[in-house]
Design a protein around this ligand. Structure first.
Ligand SMILES: Cc1cc2nc3c(=O)[nH]c(=O)nc-3n(C[C@H](O)[C@H](O)[C@H](O)COP(=O)(O)OP(=O)(O)OC[C@H]3O[C@@H](n4cnc5c(N)ncnc54)[C@H](O)[C@@H]3O)c2cc1C
Length: 338
């Protein structure tokens, strides 16, 4: 294990933003994790675990701690009657996992094609897209407990998955567990399960998993910003959850409001709120609201600071609240801010 002292968050995030990192280490085994953790403990430094940096905004200031990236990317299939348990190393690219499972005709992850990032990060916010979520097929994960320096297994129930949420995002568990592998239970020779309305219309009857994957990849290319071309972290905000009274109040004023059922509550489209408030495509210093998709904030100039993006997000949140009385919540995590 090598400790590197000249890394920047800018080099590790899809926003291509973020300040210097005091210490950075890549690890690929339990003994290397132990070594890195002991290094941080000896110096009394905080630890931040990074995957592909596609879901957070790091501040511009120096991170006075150790950033660890786990790189093991093994993949294992265990056949059990009609199901298959698939275990992937946390460092594997998420889309590689989807590609390999679809190739073997295993059903359960096909709608999550093209989501950036690593397997290890996927349970953190219960990654979801086009009607599928990690929690639908999640079986268990193995993590390294940083405080107690031991391995721990988390079942689905332990993870307390929610909408873009899990126990790993709670204050008590934040950066406490380094996930080393995740196991999914997938259907052997399963048929695609397409529940998402806009996807249904482009998927023909009898479509294969591979065809669904290709449609999802094509739709994502058309609708989303490509981080290889322009810095971004996907959806910056969550879709707010509102109650029936709020739904009635908003629909009275805005007949075109995009609201859909969510359990016994409703979700209102954050993209609709932001676009309706007039923010789509608007730039502020180096940052902007994507002209392609109002939910995405972009590093428009390529030189935007974290402060530029943060300021823009605050302006959007304030304005949406003022115009609709709805609180937007960030989906993207703020790292090394006050
Ligand atoms: C263009 C674009 C499109 C996107 N589309 C979607 C989408 O459709 N649906 C969706 O849900 N998300 C989407 N995202 C967000 C992002 O891809 C996911 O949240 C992804 O899981 C983040 O993976 P990562 O490896 O980049 O994690 P990072 O951004 O590096 O880290 C995210 C969090 O996970 C933690 N973490 C990372 N690895 C580990 C580990 N091994 N152990 C413990 N903690 C860890 C980090 O500490 C951090 O808290 C999109 C992002 C982009 C840029």
């Amino acid at each position: 294990m090598k400790i590197i002292e000249d890394k920047n968050f800018k080099d590790l995030t899809t926003f291509r933003i973020g300040g210097k990192i005091k210490y950075y280490a890549e690890v690929k085994s339990e003994s290397e994790i132990k070594e890195a953790v002991r290094f941080a403990k000896a110096k009394n430094l905080p630890i931040f675990i990074v995957g592909d940096g596609s879901d957070f905004l790091a501040s511009d200031r120096v991170y006075e701690g150790l950033v660890i990236k786990y790189t093991d990317n093994g993949l294992k299939f265990e056949i059990r009657d009609s199901e298959v348990l698939v275990t992937a190393g946390a460092g594997l690219k998420w889309d590689k996992l989807v590609e390999e499972t679809v190739k073997r005709n295993l059903q359960g992850l096909e709608c999550l094609s093209g989501v950036p990032g690593t397997v290890g990060a996927a349970p953190i916010q219960n990654v979801g897209a086009y009607g599928q979520e990690v929690s639908d097929t999640f079986y268990k994960l193995e993590a390294y407990d940083i405080e107690n320096e031991e391995r721990k297994v988390f079942t689905k129930g332990d993870c307390k998955f929610g909408y873009r949420d899990s126990i790993f995002k709670s204050k008590e568990n934040w950066q406490k567990y380094l996930i080393v592998s995740v196991t999914f239970k997938l259907d052997k020779d399963g048929k695609p399960n397409v529940s998402y309305e806009s996807l249904k219309s482009s998927v023909s009857d009898g479509a294969t998993l591979q065809e669904v994957r290709e449609i999802v990849l094509k739709t994502r290319r058309e609708k989303l910003e490509d981080p290889k071309k322009i810095g971004n972290a996907g959806s910056f905000f969550k879709n707010p959850v509102i109650n029936a009274d709020e739904k009635v109040r908003i629909e009275k004023e805005f007949a075109d409001a995009k609201i859909f059922p969510f359990g016994n509550m409703y979700k209102i489209s954050a993209a609709w709120l932001i676009e309706k408030a007039g923010w789509k495509g608007k730039a502020e210093d180096g940052a902007a609201v994507s002209p392609k998709h109002a939910l995405i904030l972009i590093n428009k100039s390529g030189q935007a600071s974290a402060e530029d993006v943060y300021k823009l997000s605050e302006m959007v949140m304030r304005d949406v609240f003022w115009k609709f009385g709805v609180n937007l919540e960030r989906e993207v995590q703020l790292i090394n801010f006050d």
